[in-house]
Each structure stands twice: as C-alpha cells, then as structure tokens.
Design a protein around this ligand. Structure first.
Ligand code: ADP
Length: 470
C-alpha cells in the first residue's frame, strides 16, 4: 500500500471513530436531558393530581362516612377529563385492586408494591411501540390510602433520538466523504517529497549518479532531500574517482604492455637475425647495437617504474639544503651542452627536502624542456624565496602542450608525441616520477603552457615548520 494511502486510510478511520463517538454522546446527551425534563413534568403532574384528588375527597358530602369506591371512580374520571384528553391514570385501592382506570392504561404490574408514603416513583415503559413515563404515588383520602398512577407519553423523545442518530449518521458519511477527498489531496501533497526522493534513488540505482531530487519544502522533508542530494554528490564524486582510478590502471597496463612490446619485438627480431644468418660486419654491429640500445631503454624504464613504486611506499629524510646547490648541480649537468642556452637566476635561500630527489625532479624538467625546444632555444631556470617555502620554475619556448594534455602528462606512460618521445628514449614516466616525489614533499607540479609558445613547470617546496603543522 502506498504511503499516501496509509495516511489517508488512517485519517479516515480516526475521523470515523471521532465523529461516531462524539455523535453518539451528543445525541444521547440531548435525549437524556429531554427525558429528564419529561420525567420531571410527569412527576409534577402526578403531585398536582394527588393534591387535586385529596382536595376533591375532602369536599365529598359528610353523609358518606367512608370514601366510597364509586366516589373514587367519579373523582378519577374528573381528573382524567381535566387533562384535555392526553391524561391517563389509574387509581387502586388498599389491596391494589383497580378502582378507576383510563382507557389504554397499561396492565397492572408489581410497580405499585415499590411505592411508600414518602416517595413518588417512576419508570419508563414500552407499550405497543410507544414509550411512557409511569409515575406512582400514595393518596391519603379521608380514612383511605389509595394508589395513584399516571402515564405520560414520551414517544416523541425517543423518536427524536432515533431521528438524531439518523441525521448524525448521514452527516458523518457526508463529512467523511468530503474529508476523504480533502485528506487525499493533503496526503498526496505531503508525500510528494518522498516520491521525488524515491525517483532519485531509483535513478541512482540505475546508474544515473548525476540525478538530484527536487527540493520543494523547507521542513524536515526538505532537509532530508538536501542531505540526500549532498550524499548523492559525495557518491558521484567517489564513483568518478573510482572510475578514474580504474581507467588510469587500465591505461597504465595498456601503455606498459605497449612500451614493452615494441622494444621486445625489435630485440627478438634482431637476435633472430643474428643467430640465423651470417651477416656482414656492419649489419652485425648495427643489429647488436639495436639490441643494446633497446635493452638499455627497457632497463631505464624498469628502473623508473621501480623508482615510482618504491617512492609510493617510502618516507623522506628531509634536511635543509642551500638553494644554490640545486642550481650549481644543473649548471654542472648542462653547462657543457652547447645546443641550449640555459639562463639560471635564483634568490639565496634554504630548501627543506631530500636533495637528491629534488635534483632528479629538476633534471627531469630541464631534460623535458630541452626535448621540447629547438636547438639554440633559451631555457630559463628560476628560484625564489616565497612565504611558506622555496619556489622552482623551469620555462622553455618550445612546442608547448594543449590544456587537455596538461592534465594527463603526469600519468605514467603518457606521452604527448609518442614517436618523438620514444626517439629521445622517453617512456612517459619522468613527470609521473616528479609528481610522486613532489607529493612526498607535500607539493605538486604547476603547469602553464601555450601550444607553439612554450611551457613553464613550477613547484613550491614547503618549509618544514608549516608542513609539520599541517
Ligand atoms: P618522457 O620520459 O617521455 O619525457 P615525461 O613524463 O617526462 O615522459 O613527459 C610526458 C610527456 O609530456 C612527454 O612525452 C612530452 O611530450 C610532454 N612534455 C613534458 N615536458 C614538456 C615540455 N616542457 N614541453 C612540451 N611537452 C612536454
């Protein structure tokens, strides 16, 4: 059953019980009050009749020394006639034998036996589908004690009660019908956020992680929707990260097997040539040399990979090193290269890190800058003391890299121009290693590049104190 239907049905049940109970008590209350009033009137009338009888008995001529039954009958008839047709009474003697009775008065019961001198009694009786208040009292008439009973018709009060229940039942049905329609609308409106959330969870279960539930209220349901959307956002981010990681791993495996396959195919082909045929000296040398250089490339690649794996698991032993030491090292490595013009400028300062690893990062960046530039190009190497650390930058005026590729060049085996990189002994692992080293130093590579104009690779090595705080 739907949640809105549950709200609707439970409300209808509560409304039906409430209306039924309140109607029952109200109609009964009105009935009780009316009946009480009728009983009061009947008892008052009984008192009046008792008094009238006693007065009439006193006026009986004194020639009768006792009150004759015939006189009782005469007074009874007069009293009945005084009631304008609606009065019913019975007068009984000492032995409860009937002395006078109106037409239509009920059969004698043991009602009279309950009467005594002080109290007037009454009872409600039903006779031929009509209801009456029967009263009873004692009359002291001369030397006799008689019983007076009256009957008042109260069928109207009972009919009013039946009518009241009837009207109330109809009212209840009408109110329930209107209330149900109204409640249905309210239930549908109240449960709309739940339906929207349900739709969102279904969409997400189908894999649409970008779907968000519409927030249509500012109450607890609205808060729940916002929390759900926040959770969906976090989930989407996590799924995207997982997908990226899986894609990166697949790319890595694909690139790794490709990088292995090409040199291995050449090595196997040349080795086969060497062992299967007698070659002239020059071809023999060229084949052996090819096997050697490709083997060297594989060796370099496996060392780099090893470096990356080890780097991921290692911790650093950082020390303070003078910034000048890094630039002197670069000058030493590239000082003799006439192909490129190295412009090194730096501010004195201290760098907190593992010097050898940072040197290899700088070497990689300068190496890449050289590979990307035409012979004779300028390569600028800068060092600056900045707040929070020491900043290095390597800028070239070479081929540059487009924005899309900038995001991927730190992935292992990623090469922008594969044939160019391979021809220069590259395997797309240099920047991956740099990124690894820098992340161990709580830093990262900043790349600014414009295709055809050149690139600038920079990074900031944070000072020890700040990093320890972090
Ligand atoms: P490789 O060992 O092949 O040089 P890297 O990881 O160092 O691999 O570099 C990845 C790719 O990024 C290279 O193939 C190269 O195309 C591109 N690249 C790196 N540095 C530069 C640069 N300064 N200018 C243009 N392209 C660059």
């Amino acid at each position: 059953m739907k949640f809105s239907d549950k709200i609707l049905f439970s409300t209808i049940i509560i409304m039906a019980i409430a209306l039924g109970a309140s109607g029952y008590f109200f109609v009964n209350y009105v009935f009780d009050a009316s009946l009480e009033r009728e009983v009061g009137q009947a008892l008052d009338e009984s008192s009046i009749l008792q008094f009238a009888f006693e007065t009439a008995a006193l006026n009986v001529p004194s020639k009768y020394d006792v009150l004759q039954d015939a006189v009782v009958e005469e007074i009874g008839a007069k009293l009945e006639a005084g009631g304008q047709g609606g009065r019913l009474l019975r007068i009984s003697g000492e032995d409860m034998e009937t002395l006078y009775i109106s037409d239509g008065f009920a059969e004698a019961t043991d009602f009279l036996s309950q009467i005594d001198r002080q109290t007037r009694i009454y009872q409600i009786i039903r006779e031929n589908d009509r209801y009456y208040v029967q009263t009873g009292s004692m009359i002291d008439a001369l030397d006799r004690v008689l019983y007076l009973e009256t009957l008042s018709d109260v069928t109207g009060v009972f009919e009013e009660r039946t009518q009241g229940f009837h009207i109330y039942r109809r009212m209840t049905v009408l109110v329930l019908l209107c209330g149900s329609v109204l409640m249905w609308g309210i239930a549908v409106w109240l449960t709309k956020p739940v339906r929207l959330l349900k739709k969102a969870t279904q969409k997400m279960a189908e894999g649409d992680y970008g779907y968000r539930a519409e927030c249509i209220s500012h109450d607890e349901m609205g808060q729940l929707t916002e929390d759900f959307n926040r959770m969906a956002g976090a989930l989407e981010e996590n799924v995207a990260q997982l997908e990226d990681a899986v894609r990166a791993r697949e790319d890595f495996i694909g690139a790794f097997s490709h990088e292995l396959k090409t040199p291995l195919t050449s090595i196997i082909g040349y080795a086969d040539l060497l062992r299967s045929r007698k070659l002239d000296d020059e071809t023999h040398f060229l084949s052996a040399n090819y096997i050697y250089t490709e083997g060297k490339r594989l060796e370099a690649m496996s060392f780099r990979l090893l470096d990356i794996v080890v780097m991921k698991r290692s911790s650093l032993e950082r020390t303070w090193t003078k910034a000048g030491e890094f630039f002197d090292y670069l000058r030493q490595m590239y000082g003799t290269a006439e192909e490129y013009r190295l412009d090194i400028q730096y501010e004195p300062g201290q760098v907190y890190g593992e010097a050898n690893l940072l040197k290899s990062v700088l070497l990689n960046l300068v190496d890449n800058a050289c590979k990307a530039s035409e012979p004779g190009s300028l390569i600028e190497i800068r060092g600056k003391k900045k707040t929070g650390g020491y900043w290095f930058a390597v800028k070239d005026y070479g081929v540059g890299i487009c924005e899309e590729e900038c995001k991927r060049i730190t992935e292992a085996f990623y090469m922008v121009d594969k044939s160019r990189s391979r021809s220069r002994n590259g395997a797309g692992l240099g920047l991956a290693l740099c990124a690894q080293v820098l992340s161990l130093h709580h830093s990262g590579l900043e790349i600014e590049s414009v295709p055809g104009e050149g690139s600038c690779f920079s990074f900031l090595i944070p000072d020890g104190e700040e990093e320890e705080d972090a």
